[in-house]
Design a protein around this ligand. Structure first.
Ligand SMILES: Nc1ncnc2c1ncn2[C@@H]1O[C@H](COP(=O)(O)OP(=O)(O)OP(=O)(O)O)[C@@H](O)[C@H]1O
Length: 336
């Protein structure tokens, strides 16, 4: 049984598109990453899966439970660890009081170990903690009942590099214990380091699902070559080259095979040659070229996201309004 099976899931906030027709599966024991810029729909997808938002259409199962059925969804959440993107922790409580409350709901077999590991001072009021320390409280709450499935929304935001490493180690340990993970991020490196497969979200659509190794190979090779002769630029303007720069050395990204590359250089006397994997970013950025596939709904839908490209930051656009926001049967804080 897959840990998550999501079928044609759409969620609109009134006329504003959160996600549309999103389908994917997270296999048992897999780490699946949602990758996308601000406003792409990562949080909407996760909160709809968790049953905090009711879908406009489509459905999902989590650990075999129907996510659209409130009773089933609550049952699933007992075995789920959820780390919200923006943990709205009760600021007047101490970390200890907050974790006590969470422990009463779902158990806390690993609490002490995690508190020590993250160096958390539980006696402090949440309002008095730094952002990173608040994130630690949320992480402890998400992991302390040894859940079978973890849904982690931008898990490392606010953590320093050492703690990010600690977090990555923790995820790997939970995987070894048999857990499955869905995590969202706009940091490609984080996803590439932890995930088996990646779903790329763009303007509410899941535009691609790829294994990290396929993504890497699609990125091609970075080639830097120095030759004895003067270079005719047009020799290199062929299918398979991108980002061509001709100077003292010739550099380009090569997406063809090795034989074709050797042919390409065959007319020159090669003095120096350097071929390395292209950065993952280059493969990733290809998902953000061109139009988004699929239908749109309600002319005004996604009004905050009409611009194109991965650099767009529309995340703040619709978050403030409550239009179309669903009431939830259980407070978000109670479902970590
Ligand atoms: N409560 C809400 N009311 C109205 N629109 C919303 C609400 N929450 C999100 N949206 C809109 O839904 C779309 C997807 O937002 P979402 O927060 O899911 O994206 P995201 O990928 O998680 O972004 P970020 O990385 O900034 O958290 C955006 O257009 C956003 O403005």
């Amino acid at each position: 049984m897959p840990a998550i099976e999501c079928r044609d899931l759409s969620k609109y906030y009134g006329d504003v598109r959160g996600v549309e027709d999103v389908s994917f599966t997270v296999e048992d024991g897999e780490v699946f990453g949602f990758l996308g810029p601000n406003g792409a729909g990562k949080t909407t997808a996760i909160r709809t899966l968790l049953g905090f938002l009711s879908p406009t259409s489509g459905g999902a199962t989590l650990l075999g439970h129907d996510a659209t059925d409130p009773v089933e969804s609550r049952r699933a959440r007992e075995r789920i660890g959820y780390l919200p993107g923006d943990p709205g922790l009760d600021r007047d409580r101490t970390a200890k009081a907050f974790l006590d409350h969470q422990a009463a709901l779902r158990g806390a077999v690993s609490r002490d170990e995690l508190v020590e590991r993250f160096g958390l001072d539980e006696s402090r009021r949440i309002a008095d903690l730094s952002r990173g320390n608040r994130q630690k409280v949320a992480l402890v709450a998400a992991f302390m009942h040894d859940p079978d499935l973890l849904l982690l929304d931008e898990p490392t935001s606010g953590l320093d590099p050492l703690l990010q490493e600690e977090f990555a180690g923790l995820v790997r340990e939970r995987l070894d214990d048999g857990a499955s993970v869905l995590l969202s991020s706009h940091v490609l490196g984080e996803v590439a380091a932890l995930c088996d497969r990646v779903g790329v979200l763009r303007e509410g659509h899941l535009v691609a699902v790829e294994s990290v190794s396929d993504l890497r190979s699609r990125g091609g090779k970075r080639v830097r070559v120095r030759v004895a002769e003067d270079v005719d630029r047009t020799d290199f303007e062929v299918r398979g080259t991108m980002n061509l720069r001709v100077g003292e050395t010739v550099s380009f990204t090569w997406t063809g095979g090795y034989d074709a590359l050797i042919d390409l250089l065959g007319g020159y006397t090669v003095l120096d040659l350097d071929v390395v994997d292209a950065p993952l970013e280059e493969a990733f950025m290809t998902f953000y070229d061109g139009d988004v596939p699929g239908p749109t709904r309600g002319g005004g839908g996604g009004a905050t996201h009409d611009g194109g490209g991965a650099t767009r930051d529309g995340g703040g656009g619709g978050h403030g309004g409550d239009a179309g926001r669903d009431a939830t049967a259980e407070s978000e804080g109670d479902a970590r």
